[in-house]
Design a protein around this ligand. Structure first.
Ligand code: OXD
Ligand code: MN
Length: 624
C-alpha cells in the first residue's frame, strides 16, 4: 500500500496506520446501490449513531478494530508467545447464551411460525422494535458489514448485510463469514440480499464511560421471514449477535430453502476416506453442544480411515440434477464450545486454536494464555475465571463458563478439506441424526428408507445443554436438531423434507441413520467411549452405504450385527455392547406416545406419511 494512502488516526503509535478511505462507503454504482444506501441511512436515522463505518473486511481494518477494543478494555490481548493474534472477551454475566425465549418469528400468519416458535405479529413487533432501537446507537459507531454465506458468487451462496454497533460482532462476523466489498458490488448489481440489524442496546450519553460488554436486560431477536429481515436488540453474544449464523443461515435460510426447494440444516459436514481410499460425504445434525465440532474434526482410532472437515455447524443442501443431494458449509469459521475441547477429546480443535482466535468467557492463565475445563486433565494452580475473579481448583465453580466459545477461521483447521469452500459443494452419501440420550436410543440405527429417515429426524429429542438458556439435563424434543432454528412451522418443514426425498434418485439419495454416543448403563456410566471411537460407527455406516455388510431388522430400524462393528483395540464388554443396542418395546411404546403427543401439537399439519411411520413403528413394537 502506498504511503500516501495512509493516514494516522491517533497519536499513540505508528501501527495505527489506516487507509484514507477507512470506514467510507465504497464508491460502487449500480441499480441496487440506492436501496442499500437508503436502508443504511434509514437505520442510522432511527438508531442515531455518532459515526457510520462501512466494513471492507481488510486485514488492516480488522487489526485496527481489535486494537481499539483492547484500548477500550473490551478485549484482552493474549500473550503472543502462546497465542499469537488472539484475544479474550468477557461478556456480561447475564449475556452468555442464545436467548430462545426472546427469539421471535414475525410471519404474517401465526400458523406459519408454528407451535415450536415464539410468534410475534409483524406490525406490533415492528412498533416495539422501533421504540427500542430509537437512539440505541447514540455515542457509538454503526458498522455496515456486507457478508456472503458460501463462496462469494457461488451457486448455493446467499448474501446479506449486518449493521451493528458492536465491534466485537464485526470481528466475529469477519471470521465466521466472507466479509468484503465484493458483496456490495453484487448488491449494487441487483442481487437479492438479507437485511440484518443489531444493536447491543446501550447508548452512551456524551462523556459517559463505556463498559467492557455493553448489553441490555431487554432482548429481542426477531425474524421477518416474509421480508427476509432480522432485528436483534440487547445481546452481544454469539448467535444473538452474529446474525449471519443462526438467524440468517438457519432461520431465514430455512424459509428461503422451503420456497426454492432446498434445505438449511443444523449439520456438520465431513469427508470420510476409507482404507481403500474412497471418499464419502456425511452430514450430521446434533443439538447444540452435543459434540458436532468434535465429530467434524474426528480423528479415527481405527487404522486406515481419515476424516476431512468441511463444516461444523450448518449445511445448505440442495438436490442436484444428478438425483443426489449436494451440500455446502455456508460459514467460514467455527464458533465452538470451549469446555470439553482438549487434547484427548478434540486435538484437531486444540491445534486449530493455535492463534488468530477470539475466545469468549474462558479463563485467563497468569502467563496470558487461556484455559477451560477439559483443555488439560489437570487445571492450572491459579487462573482468572471468566468473570475476572481469581480462581483455584478449590474454588468450587467452573473457571470457564459452560457455554464459553472460540471463534476461529475454518481455514486454520489442520484437517480442513483442501476444497472445503468449493462453491458447488459435495455430494452426500449419508445423513446422521443424533442427540444426547441416556436411555432407549441405540448407538446406531439405520432408516429403512428416506421417509423413515425423515421420521427419525422428526422424533429426535435430547438432554438440554448450556448452549441456550434453560435447565441443563432436561429432555427436550429437538427434531432435526432444528427446534430453535426452523424459521417456519416445523410440520411443514417435515413435509418439505419428505418432498425433497421425492426429488432424489432412490439409489442416489443419502442413507439416513440415527446415532447416540451418550447412552448410559443402569449404573450411570457412559456405555460408549465416543470421540475418536465414533469412527467405528462411521466405518459401519460407510460399509452400509457401500452395500458390504448386512443389517438386522428391528422394530425401530436396521441395526448392525455386532460382528460387523470394528472393535479392534478397544475395550467394551459384551454386556455393554448388548445394552448399547438393547430395544425395550415398552419404553419405545411410551416414546411413541410422546411422539404422538408432540405431533398433535401441530394439529393436522403433520405429513400423513410420518403419521403412517408412527403407526408402523407401534405395530412392529407390539409384534416384538
Ligand atoms: C451454536 C449453537 O452456537 O447451536 O452452534 O448454539
Ligand atoms: Mn449450532
Amino acid at each position: 500500500m502506498a504511503i500516501a494512502d495512509i493516514v494516522t488516526r491517533t497519536q499513540t503509535g505508528p501501527s495505527r496506520s489506516l487507509p484514507a478511505t477507512y470506514g467510507e462507503r465504497p464508491a460502487i454504482d449500480g441499480p441496487g446501490m440506492a436501496a442499500l444506501v437508503e436502508w443504511v441511512e434509514g437505520i442510522a436515522a432511527l438508531t442515531q449513531p455518532d459515526h457510520i463505518h462501512w466494513v471492507d473486511g481488510s486485514r488492516a481494518e480488522n487489526e485496527y478494530l481489535l486494537r481499539e477494543m483492547v484500548d477500550e478494555g473490551k478485549l484482552i490481548k493474549l500473550n503472543p508467545e502462546w497465542r499469537p493474534g488472539s484475544y479474550l472477551a468477557r461478556s456480561h454475566p447475564s449475556d452468555v447464551a442464545r436467548t430462545e425465549a426472546r427469539t421471535f418469528i414475525a410471519s404474517e400468519k401465526e400458523e406459519a411460525a408454528g407451535p415450536t416458535n415464539n410468534w410475534a405479529a409483524p406490525a406490533e413487533i415492528r412498533a416495539t422494535l422501533e421504540g427500542v432501537f430509537e437512539g440505541s446507537m447514540r455515542g457509538r459507531t454503526m458498522y455496515v458489514v456486507p457478508f456472503s454465506m458460501g463462496a462469494v458468487g457461488g451457486p448455493l451462496s446467499h448474501i446479506g448485510v449486518q449493521v451493528t454497533d458492536s465491534a466485537y460482532a464485526v470481528a466475529s462476523i469477519g471470521i465466521m463469514t466472507r466479509v468484503g466489498t465484493e458483496v456490495v458490488r453484487q448488491i449494487a448489481d441487483g442481487a437479492p440480499w438479507v437485511k440484518t440489524v443489531h444493536s447491543v442496546g446501550a447508548p452512551l450519553e456524551p462523556g459517559q464511560q463505556d463498559v467492557a460488554w455493553p448489553c441490555n436486560d431487554e432482548k429481542y431477536i426477531v425474524h421477518f421471514p416474509d421480508t427476509l429481515e432480522v432485528w436483534s436488540f440487547g445481546s452481544g453474544y454469539g448467535g444473538n449477535a452474529i446474525l449471519a449464523k443462526k438467524c440468517f443461515a438457519l432461520r431465514i435460510a430455512s424459509v428461503i430453502g422451503r420456497d426454492e426447494g432446498w434445505l438449511a440444516e443444523h449439520m456438520l459436514l465431513i469427508r470420510v476416506i476409507s482404507p481403500e481410499g474412497k471418499a464419502y460425504h456425511v452430514a450430521a445434525a446434533f443439538p447444540s453442544a452435543c459434540g458436532k465440532t468434535n465429530l467434524a474434526m474426528l480423528r479415527p482410532t481405527i487404522p486406515g480411515w481419515r476424516v476431512e472437515t468441511l463444516g461444523d455447524d450448518i449445511a445448505w443442501i440442495r438436490p442436484g440434477e444428478d438425483g443426489r443431494l449436494w451440500a455446502i458449509n455456508p460459514e467460514a469459521g467455527f464458533f465452538g464450545v470451549a469446555p470439553g475441547t482438549g487434547e484427548s477429546t478434540n486435538v484437531t480443535a486444540v491445534e486449530t486454536l493455535w492463534g488468530n482466535t477470539i475466545f469468549t468467557n474462558v479463563a485467563l492463565r497468569p502467563d496470558g494464555d487461556v484455559w477451560w475445563e477439559g483443555l488439560t486433565d489437570q487445571a492450572p494452580a491459579e487462573l482468572i475465571d471468566w468473570e475476572g475473579n481469581p480462581w483455584t481448583p478449590d474454588s468450587g465453580r467452573p473457571a470457564a463458563h459452560p457455554n464459553s466459545r472460540f471463534t476461529v477461521a475454518a481455514a486454520q483447521c489442520p484437517q480442513i478439506a483442501a476444497d472445503w469452500d468449493t462453491p458447488e459443494g459435495v455430494p452426500l452419501d449419508a445423513i446422521l441424526f443424533g442427540g444426547r440420550r441416556a436411555t432407549n436410543v441405540p448407538l446406531v440405527v439405520e432408516a429403512t428408507d428416506w421417509t423413515h429417515g425423515v421420521f427419525l429426524g422428526s422424533t429426535i429429542s435430547s438432554e438440554r445443554t448450556a448452549a441456550a438458556e434453560g435447565t441443563v439435563g432436561e429432555l427436550r424434543r429437538d427434531p432435526f436438531a432444528m427446534l430453535p432454528f426452523c424459521g417456519y412451522n416445523m410440520a411443514d418443514y417435515f413435509g418439505h423434507w419428505v418432498s425433497i426425498g421425492q426429488r432424489l434418485r432412490f439409489d442416489r439419495a443419502p442413507r439416513i441413520f440415527q446415532v447416540n454416543w451418550f447412552r448410559k448403563g443402569a449404573d450411570g456410566r457412559f456405555l460408549w467411549p465416543g470421540f475418536g471411537d465414533n469412527s467405528r460407527v462411521i466405518d459401519w455406516i460407510i460399509r452400509r452405504v457401500e452395500g458390504r455388510v448386512p443389517a438386522v431388522d428391528s422394530p425401530i430400524g436396521r441395526l448392525p450385527r455386532i460382528e460387523d462393528l470394528n472393535l479392534d483395540g478397544m475395550e467394551v464388554s459384551e454386556a455393554d455392547l448388548e445394552e448399547l443396542f438393547a430395544i425395550d418395546p415398552d419404553s419405545w411404546l411410551a416414546e411413541a406416545d410422546l411422539t404422538e403427543e408432540f405431533y398433535d401439537t401441530f394439529g393436522d399439519r403433520i405429513p400423513s406419511s410420518l403419521r403412517a411411520e408412527l403407526s408402523s413403528l407401534r405395530y412392529r413394537l407390539k409384534q416384538a
